[in-house]
Design a protein around this ligand. Structure first.
Ligand code: NAD
Length: 518
């Protein structure tokens, strides 16, 4: 059924009450929350702690211990022991059904404590409830999808082939062993699930390194995993800053594989470290997504849709739209409608009903975004909404107004991922011109075409360099379809959410067997 233009609105908060169980978890009996190593809370030998805050109010939610070199080494040892274990009890050797049983139990416990995990996303991550609730559903969906994949994929010996007279060969597929997931702050629950379930179900033991801004959900999930009965050492959580804890993980040769999600610069730096140690690494990195709007599109309706996707988690979504290329014939109407949509966004505290644009995650991001808004104008874009700091009564969060600019094809006003409710709109003469401009970015994560002519849309969507091309939708994900980036947005491997993702967490060896000579 067609959607009425007036029904298209930004994701919106319902009033959220913080559950007592969340507060109690954060308080941790008056002690800082430690990392989780071998099933135990660990304080850390560096004796360094940091605070995690609510970005909408700057209220301190919890004090967290930072894990250093010694704790990373301890976690690798524990994870390796759990992987190898004693005979059939080792994580690598227990049956797939047993792993699935534990994963299902963990999912049940997450469902039981849904409000605590929602509090992690809303209070620690700064999200509106409508988005946080959607994110929460990914725990179950991801676990179910990868349980199905785990049942389908044959581990161990592949079929043998004759190599020569008296010589056969076959493949042998096995998990890597100890693998690490380095996670950013923008989608903590989703990205922890996307890493954790395929990595565990393929038989690896894991280290989760949550972002320093949002450590709470990974710690809580690890606590639930203990309750679910995961053996100690199978799931470890290493809290701390990227340049300390993350760096030590990348430097540890016992980590066989790293799945990194974050910014291109950090991903490239870790890749260089991994190369020195022979550690495999895959990267899911930032984007600077485009939307191409064809002349047959209804300018008001599509402007609202584009506005909604641009504002998903206040633009702090890796694949979201930051560059719009609209046919000249409808450009003025489109620009008016998107300006109205952005102007109408309700800026507020993320746990208050009606909020659509909450605070960004930290003061560094705020400064970076404000500087990018200025830079866009300095590069020649015409501001339709100039952004700048916003205030919310009674809250001292990191609030910023949305920004929107009109630009021209020959201006390079928006070269980097800005990560806010920010977009440049460029009127163009043809879809081909739009495509050329869209593809001129070094990023390549997700882009879309908006048109009533679906076949034409598909033809154009296939020509994006991005890992995801979309027609009349954006920020799309589905289990069974790969989600990954091209260019500086990611690689290598199959991206996330598909069968190839599961295979990425395994290695394949060749085994040759010749008859005994003589
Ligand atoms: P970031 O690169 O700063 O940090 C990501 C993670 O890496 C954090 O856990 C951080 O502590 C850690 N880290 C930082 N420096 C490190 C180092 N030197 N060694 C090891 N680890 C280190 O990214 P961010 O600001 O947290 O997240 C936002 C970025 O993530 C954006 O670029 C966004 O587009 C991208 N992202 C991509 C996807 C995707 O699927 N492609 C999904 C979500 C976010």
């Amino acid at each position: 059924m067609a959607t009425a233009t007036s029904e298209i609105r930004a994701l919106t908060a319902a009033a959220f009450q913080t559950p007592a169980k969340f507060t109690e978890f954060c308080r941790n009996g008056g002690k800082p929350l430690g990392g989780i190593i071998n099933g135990e809370q660990v304080r850390g030998s560096m004796n360094v702690t940091f605070e995690t805050i609510d970005p909408g109010s700057q209220e301190v939610l919890a004090t967290i211990c930072e894990m250093g070199e010694a704790e990373v080494a301890q976690a690798v040892t524990a994870a390796q022991r759990a992987f190898d274990g004693a005979g059939p009890k080792s994580w690598r050797n227990i049956g797939v059904e047993e792993r699935i049983k534990l994963v299902n139990k963990l999912v049940e416990l997450c469902d039981r404590d849904r409000d605590v995990l929602l509090a992690c996303e809303i209070r620690d991550g700064g999200k509106v409830s409508e988005l946080a609730e959607g994110d929460f559903t990914q725990i179950r969906e991801c676990a179910q999808y990868f349980s199905g994949v785990a049942r389908r994929i044959e581990m161990g010996d592949g079929p043998a082939m004759k190599v020569a007279e008296g010589v056969k060969g076959f493949t042998y597929r096995e998990p890597w062993g100890v693998v690490a997931g380095i996670i950013p702050w923008n989608y903590p629950i989703v990205l922890t699930s996307w890493f954790m379930f395929p990595a565990l179900l393929s038989g690896n033991t894991i280290l989760i390194k949550p972002a320093e801004d949002t450590p709470l959900s990974a710690l809580y999930i690890a606590k639930l995993a203990q309750e679910a009965g995961f053996p100690p050492g199978v799931i470890n959580v290493l809290t701390g800053r990227g340049e300390i804890t993350g760096h030590c993980i990348a430097e540890h040769p016992g980590v066989r594989y790293i799945a990194f999600t974050g910014s291109p610069g950090v991903g490239q730096a870790i890749l260089r470290t991994c190369d020195r140690h022979g550690t495999r690494m895959k990267r899911e990195l930032g984007g600077n997504g485009s939307a191409i709007v064809l002349a047959d599109a209804d300018p008001e309706l599509v402007a609202r849709m584009v506005g909604k996707y641009t504002n998903q988690h206040y633009g702090q979504t890796c694949c979201t739209i930051h560059r719009v290329f609209v046919d000249k014939k409808i450009a003025d109407d489109f620009i008016d409608a998107q300006t109205e949509f952005f102007k109408g966004l309700k800026i507020g505290y993320q746990a208050d009903a009606g909020t659509q644009l909450g605070a960004v995650i930290n003061p560094t991001q705020r400064s970076r975004i404000l500087a990018a808004q200025q830079e866009t104008i300095a590069r020649g874009a015409q501001p339709l909404l100039a952004g700048g700091e916003a205030t919310v009564a009674g809250k001292s969060g990191f609030y910023i107004k949305p920004s929107l600019y009109r630009t021209e094809p020959n201006l390079n006003v928006n070269p980097l991922e800005v990560f806010h409710t920010y977009a440049t709109i460029c009127p163009v003469s043809s879809p081909e011109e739009a495509l050329k401009l869209a593809n001129s970015s070094p990023y390549g994560l997700g882009s879309s075409v908006w048109t009533k002519d679906i076949d034409r849309g598909i033809t154009l969507a296939k020509q994006f360099r991005d890992g995801t091309g979309q027609v009349n939708c954006h920020n799309s994900i589905a289990y069974g379809l790969p989600y990954g980036g091209q260019g500086i947005s990611g690689g290598p491997g199959g991206g996330v959410n598909c069968e190839e993702t599961f295979l990425d967490y395994t290695q394949v060896k060749a085994v040759y067997v010749a008859d005994y000579p003589g």
